[in-house]
Each structure stands twice: as structure tokens, then as C-alpha cells.
Design a protein around this ligand. Structure first.
Ligand SMILES: Cc1ncc(COP(=O)(O)O)c(C=O)c1O
Length: 386
């Protein structure tokens, strides 16, 4: 039987990262640095809080925008991090950062509309737009010896009267790029004046090595600005498998988003949210420790890669990724597959991340130093032989 499904859905491509990652399922000794997560399980105190709630019978439908205790914890968290007061009506707990993005795209995009994305970036945003019948426009940054650079004029020129939003991740995946202050203000002004939404993906806001938290659009925006800030429990508290995130919404959208949550998931799991309250309220020592560990990983990998022949790497002070380039590597997907088979290491091809990423590889260094050192030995010896 051939079933007629929507062409947009039939055309959804498998992620290039997954294509390479899948190869490694049957090879036990691969050191995987391909996926966007660390090697640590969720800290015990967070699991215990969720387990207690589950055992206590916290198993019913709950508030669509999340349990009040978690919304309050997030209000306190934003005040502590940025000195800003966020109204409860602007917070929506979502079933992951991915789900947050989907809800925002559903809110904004009709068929034929577009969202302008600063790339290279986390590719799931492109799929979210495609699923809604929209078009993802890529505005590539340029990789330089000292970091990634965005040409704002190019970003603004990519917007037209069908543009519903600008999407950017700062700190960025896969680049670790952080949008400079002046650009943040200019983009926000542009969004205000054009009535275009700004989707600020701040999922990596705590993965930063020279201060406690990355700059946020929340520090410069007004409550009525067309700003959606997306965050997630996945990266900061090692909770990728929990699937919980949140959005700080523009004022006035509470009811619409409440309704959309009803028809997408009807709200998240309340016992998981009890774990999230513990993450926010008690998690700071853990975050500090985890970020210091990531920094050691970053320093190690950066030093090792910089010393390798044929390799150039773009430095970054945030996120847990580095982008590197290998001279004469040919097609990055094929090269990554060879690295899995022959060197037993897993990297993600830059082609996965949209325009500007094509000639790079992404490496996630959120692992112990011994394993990273071993991975660098393997890469070095592969490059020597090939
Ligand atoms: C930039 C960015 N945004 C959002 C997400 C979504 O995170 P999650 O769906 O695990 O909450 C990711 C995950 O890799 C990401 O890298």
C-alpha cells in the first residue's frame, strides 16, 4: 500500500549526525564525541527528588505550563542569574528544548513563511520549520582563527515580509559562538521595529568558561518585546533523557501557548518536574563542578588539536563543542565514517549544521580527560597514516 503523506514530512532527512552515530552502534570501542551530551548521568539529588515525587503518587495530569513550584524556581533562577524579574505568566515548562522550539514555530509559522537562522547551528530547528510548511533561511557565519563572525547586514537582508522570526543560538551549537553585546541590541531593535520575533536559544547559557552565565537577551529586553528565550534542563544538569525545557514568552502570549501545550503534550510529567525543581534549587555546586570539568576537556582538546598537522580549530569559550578542519579530508560525512571504522572515534560532520558548517567537523568534549586524551592519540595517529 502506498500512503499519501504530506510531502514536507516525506522529505524530512535523517540527521547527518545520526547517520554517522548509527555506524558506531556495533563497534564497542569507539570513543564517541559526536552527540550533544556529556558522559555523566544526572546527579543523584535530582533523581532522588523525582523518585520521591513518583513514589508519593505524583502521577496525574498537571498544569500545562508546568507545576507552580518549578515556575517559581525558574523565576528565582532568572533573578539570580540576570537580575531580572520574569512574571509567572511568561514561563512555560515544555517537554524538552526541542518541544519548546516546535511550540514556538507552531505559534509563528504558516505555510510559506520563513525563519531566518544564523548558521551553522543545531539542525533540528530546520526540521521544526519544515514540519510547519515553512522555510528555513540560512545566514552563515564565517569561521576565523579567533572565533565565528556574523555579518548583521547579511542577516537583516535575509528578512522579508514573510519572515516570522530570526533564530539564533548563543552560545551556539556547534560553534560556541556568542553574539556580541552590540549585535544583540541591534537584532533586538530590528525585531521590534519590523514586528519579527526573535527566538533566542540559550540552552548553553551555563556552559561558559570565563564567567558564571552567558549574556542573555532577557537582560536587555522588555517584557513586551517579541522575544522567545528557549532553555532546557538537558545540558546544564546532564538531563538529556528527561526531556524537559522551558520558554520565557513575550508578554500576552500565555493563553495561546497554554492551548498549544494542551494539544501537543497536555503538559509535562509532574514527577520529572519535581526533579527539575531540585536541579534549580540545589544544583549550583554541581553545575560549577561540571563546567570546570568541561573546561579541562576543552583546554586539553584545544591544545592537542592545535599541535596536530593538517588540523585547524576555531577556539570557543562556551558550549561543549569545538569545530575543526582537516586539510584534504574530502567529504566530511565519509571522513567521519572512516574515523569511526579506522580510528575508532566519533565526530559529527559539519554538513549537519547548515550553511557555513560544510568544511568542518564538530567535536563534543564533555568527557573525562583520559578518554579525550586517548581520542586525540587515535586521531593523531590516523592523520599520520592517512
Ligand atoms: C542549540 C540547541 N538548542 C536546543 C536543543 C534541544 O535540547 P533538548 O531537546 O534536549 O532540550 C539542543 C540540543 O542539542 C541544542 O543544541
Amino acid at each position: 500500500m502506498t500512503l499519501n503523506i504530506r510531502p514536507d514530512i516525506a522529505e524530512l532527512e535523517e540527521s547527518k549526525i545520526v547517520e554517522v552515530w548509527r555506524m558506531g552502534f556495533d563497534i564497542p570501542d569507539v570513543i564517541g564525541m559526536w552527540v550533544g551530551q556529556g558522559d555523566l548521568p544526572t546527579p543523584r539529588f535530582i533523581c532522588d527528588a523525582a523518585a520521591r515525587a513518583l513514589a508519593a503518587g505524583d502521577t496525574f495530569y498537571t498544569h500545562k505550563r508546568g507545576i507552580p513550584e518549578l515556575r517559581q524556581a525558574l523565576i528565582d533562577y532568572h533573578r539570580d542569574l540576570y537580575g531580572v524579574e520574569i512574571a509567572d505568566s511568561r514561563i512555560a515548562i515544555t517537554s524538552s528544548g526541542m518541544n519548546a522550539m516546535m511550540l514556538i514555530v507552531q505559534t509563528l509559522v504558516s505555510a510559506g513563511d520563513n525563519i531566518v537562522c544564523v548558521t551553522p547551528v543545531w539542525p533540528n530547528i530546520f526540521a521544526a520549520i519544515q514540519i510547519q510548511g515553512g522555510i528555513a533561511r540560512h545566514v552563515p557565519m564565517t569561521g576565523t582563527d579567533h572565533g565565528w563572525e556574523l555579518d548583521l547586514d547579511r542577516l537583516f537582508a535575509a528578512c522579508d515580509d514573510r519572515t516570522r522570526a530570526v533564530y539564533l543560538a548563543s552560545p551556539g551549537n556547534p560553534t560556541g559562538w556568542m553574539m556580541p553585546e552590540q549585535q544583540r541590541r541591534a537584532v533586538l531593535d530590528f525585531a521590534r521595529s519590523r514586528g519579527i520575533a526573535l527566538i533566542a536559544d540559550e540552552v548553553y547559557n551555563r556552559l561558559i568558561y570565563d564567567r558564571r552565565v552567558a549574556p542573555s537577551f532577557l537582560e536587555i529586553a522588555r517584557p513586551d518585546d517579541p522575544l522567545f528565550v528557549v532553555n532546557s534542563f538537558s545540558k546544564t544538569w546532564a538531563m538529556t533523557g528527561w526531556r524537559v525545557g522551558w520558554i520565557v514568552l513575550p508578554e500576552g502570549l500565555t493563553d495561546q501557548v497554554d492551548r498549544l501545550i494542551e494539544f501537543n503534550t497536555s503538559g509535562g510529567q509532574s514527577f520529572l518536574q519535581a526533579g527539575c525543581v531540585a536541579a534549580i534549587r540545589e544544583g549550583e555546586p554541581w553545575v560549577k563542578w561540571m563546567v570546570e570539568r568541561c573546561k579541562r576537556g576543552r583546554d586539553l582538546v584545544l591544545a592537542r588539536l592545535s599541535a596536530m598537522n593538517r588540523v585547524s580549530v576555531i577556539p570557543a569559550d562556551a558550549s561543549f563543542y569545538l569545530m575543526l578542519r582537516v586539510e584534504e579530508m574530502g567529504d566530511p560525512v565519509e571522513f567521519c565514517k572512516r574515523l569511526v571504522r579506522e580510528a575508532r572515534i566519533g565526530l559529527a560532520p559539519g554538513t549537519a549544521f547548515g550553511a557555513g558548517g560544510e568544511s568542518y567537523l564538530r567535536l563534543c568534549y564533555a568527557q573525562g580527560e583520559e578518554r579525550l586524551d586517548e581520542a586525540m592519540d587515535r586521531l593523531e595517529s590516523f592523520l599520520r597514516q592517512n
